[in-house]
Ligand binder design. Structure first.
Ligand code: ZN
Length: 134
């Protein structure tokens, strides 16, 4: 594990939330990106060495839409940067965590990602992510 890569926040209206968080951080998001496979539109803010990701659902079946319906807007996941996501998935499974993506998938911000089910992590959705090298 390298560091906390970013914190993901589920929002209903990413345009409004971009304005809100731009005021909060004193700067605009450095990128916006849609991830079709996840049914989300995302935007990323840099806050010193840290990043915040906003996520808006693009369809009612999106995990973000379901999260907001259940819990409302708010912190959705914590992402941890790893060097070798395949090795970490194996390690997590052997430690008894529930890995939702046995095969990592392409996420936002040029990352391979895999999620751990919150059921086995004190209710916190954990995203493992590895930078895709060019
Ligand atoms: Zn994320």
């Amino acid at each position: 594990m390298q560091k906390i890569e970013h914190i993901g926040i589920a929002v209903k209206d990413i345009e409004k939330s971009n304005e809100l968080f731009s005021k909060l951080f004193g700067k605009s998001p450095y990128k916006s990106e849609s991830v079709e496979s996840e049914g989300v539109t995302t935007s990323f803010f840099k806050v010193g060495p840290n990043k915040i990701e906003l996520l808006e659902a693009t369809n009612p079946d999106s995990p973000i839409a379901k999260f907001i319906a259940k819990k409302g807007e708010g912190i959705h996941h914590i992402a941890i940067a790893v060097d070798d996501i395949i090795a970490e998935i194996k390690r997590m499974k052997s430690e008894g965590f529930i890995v939702l993506n046995e095969i990592p998938k392409k996420g936002a911000d040029n990352k391979l990602v895999a999620f751990l089910h919150p059921k086995a992590t004190n209710g916190v959705l954990i995203e493992l992510c590895q930078e895709i090298s060019h």
